[in-house]
Design a protein around this ligand. Sequence first.
Ligand code: PLP
Length: 372
Amino acid sequence: MNNLLAETLAGLEGRTYNFSAGPAPIPQAVLEQARDELLDYNREGASIMEVSHRGKSFLEVAEQSEQDLRDLLKIPSNYKVLFLQGGARGQFAAIPLNLKGDKQSADYVNSGHWAQSAIKEAQRYLNVNVIADGKGASFHTMPEEADWRFSSDAAYVHYTPNETIGGLEFPFIPDSGDVPLVADMSSNILSRPIDISKFGLIYAGAQKNIGPAGLTVVIVREDLLDRSHAHCPAVLDYRVQSDKDSMYNTPPTFAWYLAGLVFKWLKAQGGLEAVDQLNDRKSGKLYKTIDDSGFYHNKVDPRWRSRMNVPFTLADPELDKVFLAESEKAGFLYLKGHKAVGGMRASIYNAVPENHVDALVSFMREFERKYG
Ligand SMILES: *Cc1c(COP(=O)(O)O)cnc(C)c1O
């Protein structure tokens, strides 16, 4: 074990290097605050998860967390922020059920595993036009936007800005004209500043870059609240949830509270401009290590590489098991790639500290020296 690795491990206080794709790391400072407040929140003599969502304490949490998210993403006032359940997959159904209106079809961009899952679910409710498809290129790159075949009468255009499994991230925000743009930002929301006004709707399961599993954040433009299908379940209906401040049913209060602490933590990091630079550095270090070696490979077109999920393979796949066993012994968790693509994957969301990436880089260099 080299010095950097030994030093960083010593500073981990029983925790380890966690590169899980989701549920994923939560900032240590957030966990410590939650621990300190766990038995007695706000001198109520009870935990925040034990009190009514309609009580003063939780309503303050709800309001403050929404405001902090609005500040971070500079969300314009004509957008609603909803704190829901059902995960991103719940939204795969909610989106066609809410946005179909009187249209027959929607445009979808097929960029990999999650886009395909969204398409499959949407097909239960409407006709899906795949307007751009990365399948022919094994999702290592995507057709440029000029070649996308937008339809004239689509209810909306759906895309997946970051493909968590394939490690592909869109380097631009598509221009869908007057047709609402819908984005599954589950794995890259809050990783950089974005222009919300370019979107009709953004959604994200919380368990990658927001907080614990169980919470789903939806940011939706107000004019899209009144198109829902008569059969849309009320819990999934944006108008219903918006009118009830996301409390039509009991919200996942503890996950919402933790998300609020993460938003505060992001603000304390310097907001999304600072986070953006850090994500450039963290992912840059990993890709450089991969590209500088003849030993590690990442096949994604450099322009389309994800800053959140970095998959890599070894020149000799026989070594995968050895890499995973030795890295685990050295304190690195969840580096195994998704079974759909194999190999390895390091997920480096906002909460993964830069020195954990440094430690991984030195482990990879050492492993290469030993086996390369
Ligand atoms: C993890 C993930 C999903 C699935 O989220 P659930 O909350 O489990 O439904 C969907 N889309 C993307 C991009 C993801 O990363």
